[in-house]
Design a protein around this ligand. Structure first.
Ligand code: NZQ
Ligand code: ZN
Length: 381
């Protein structure tokens, strides 16, 4: 295991009824006025919007609202929200929603304190400060609730880029699994694929080896599989939703990869190109890319893939493990081929070019050129 420093500053409040604590948390952090950011309607339908407003009022927190954050959030909307945050002189951003709302909240939080255009943070400008971000999470998937990452699409240029910063970890993330009861089967499936993907990236690409990290990763994957199967039968099963929610948080809060060397995110790199070009749901894109990438990559780490097959599915051969994962993605309703989402072969060069730009930005440029990305896409037909 390599030397490491692990510091995750986000306070997690987990469990039933916990969303009412948002007002108290804001108050205890000295917040007087917040920007309340949310998506396209789910929190109004579920009653969470009313509950949040009640909690803010009870703690005498002033607020301005900004709604309409879309899944795969776009920079044009973030720019408008930054204007609201600056104009209203808020001293915090409160995100109520899934990963998309939270990612946009982080971008607004950074841009509200500077004169630069918010997109500059996604093309390399360093974040030196940000308003505090508070989150009530409504969808188990991205891990954004306990990391400093933000992913954003530039709707003018079709680039889906990201940043990460120690300044944009949420101060507090409230995780009430009951709030995920209303997530539909499709997004439940995509969230499960995403959580598994976050673990798989490090598990296969790392080159240092650490038994504790292997076992932690395998247990997260197994927990996601078990809980998803229960949720698909009964979306209101609290324990399964709770297991899923915490597994997804752990999958990308940094813990599974501490002490590991050479961790890369090649599946995310290709998926972000798919989302950028076709606005496909992130987890759906991953379910298509991962089995293809695994087939392409398996010969480079045969013992890793054999271990995966055995530990996750009780199977003896690497290839059978990959096939079992693909079949499981399919069984929960995620697409597993580009044909299923109507992406034709004639588009592959555009996808490869888009992903290759990300490869350069993510330090994967020596392993993934357009040629290699095209080879992987060919396996996803
Ligand atoms: O628009 P609203 O009303 O919020 O509806 C959302 C949206 O339509 C809905 N939804 C959320 N909670 C719900 C609900 N519907 C019913 N009941 C609820 N409780 O679900 C849809 C999807 O929501 P979204 O926030 O887009 O999903 P997710 O959490 O999967 O976030 C996806 C975004 O996160 C990025 C992805 O690329 C994508 O842009 N990622 C962020 C990461 C990070 N910050 O670390 C890492 C990931 O790898 C990922 O890239
Ligand atoms: Zn992801």
């Amino acid at each position: 295991m390599n030397n490491f420093t692990f510091h995750n500053p986000t306070k997690i409040i987990f469990g039933k009824e916990t969303h009412y604590e948002i007002g108290k948390e804001l108050k205890s952090h000295g917040i007087k006025k917040a920007l309340l950011l949310y998506g396209t309607g789910s929190i109004k339908r579920s009653g969470l919007y009313d509950a949040t407003i009640q909690a803010l009022k009870e703690s005498e927190i002033e607020y301005v609202e900004c709604d309409g954050v879309v899944s795969n959030p776009v920079i044009s909307h973030a720019r408008e929200a930054v204007k609201v945050a600056k104009g209203s002189k808020v001293d915090a951003i409160v995100s109520v929603g899934g990963g998309s709302v939270l990612d946009e909240a982080k971008a607004i939080a950074a841009a509200a304190l500077v004169d630069d255009d918010v997109w500059e943070f996604f093309t390399g400008k360093v974040i030196n400060k940000a308003l505090p971000v508070f989150s009530i999470l409504t969808l188990a998937a991205t891990g954004s609730e306990m990391n400093g990452n933000s992913v954003m699409t530039n709707d003018a240029t079709q680039q889906k880029f990201s940043f990460t910063s120690p300044h944009t970890y949420p101060k507090v993330s409230i995780l009430n699994p009951e709030l995920t009861f209303t997530v539909d089967p499709a997004y439940t499936a995509y969230g499960s694929v995403d959580a598994i993907a976050h673990v798989i990236e490090g598990y296969f690409t790392q080159s240092s080896g650490a038994v504790i990290q292997d076992r932690l990763s395998e247990n997260i994957i197994r927990s996601v599989i078990e809980s998803t199967e229960i949720i698909m039968e009964n979306p209101h099963n609290y324990d399964a939703r709770a297991q899923m929610m915490w597994s997804a948080t752990m999958a990308l809060n940094g813990l599974p990869v501490v002490g590991l060397k050479d961790v890369g995110f090649p599946n995310h790199m290709i998926e972000h190109a798919l989302s950028a070009l076709y606005n496909i749901a992130h987890g759906a894109g991953l379910a298509i890319v991962i089995p293809a990438w695994m087939q392409w990559y398996a010969d480079q780490k045969p013992e890793r893939f054999e271990r995966f097959a055995k530990e996750i599915f009780g199977l003896q051969e690497a290839g059978k493990g990959i096939a079992a994962l693909k079949a499981w993605f399919h069984s929960i309703g995620a697409p597993v081929s580009l044909a299923e989402v109507n992406i034709p072969k004639s588009d592959f060069p555009d996808i490869a070019a888009n992903a290759a730009e990300l490869a350069q930005m993510w330090g994967l440029g020596s392993d993934y050129h357009e040629k290699e990305i095209l080879e992987i896409l060919e396996l996803a037909i």
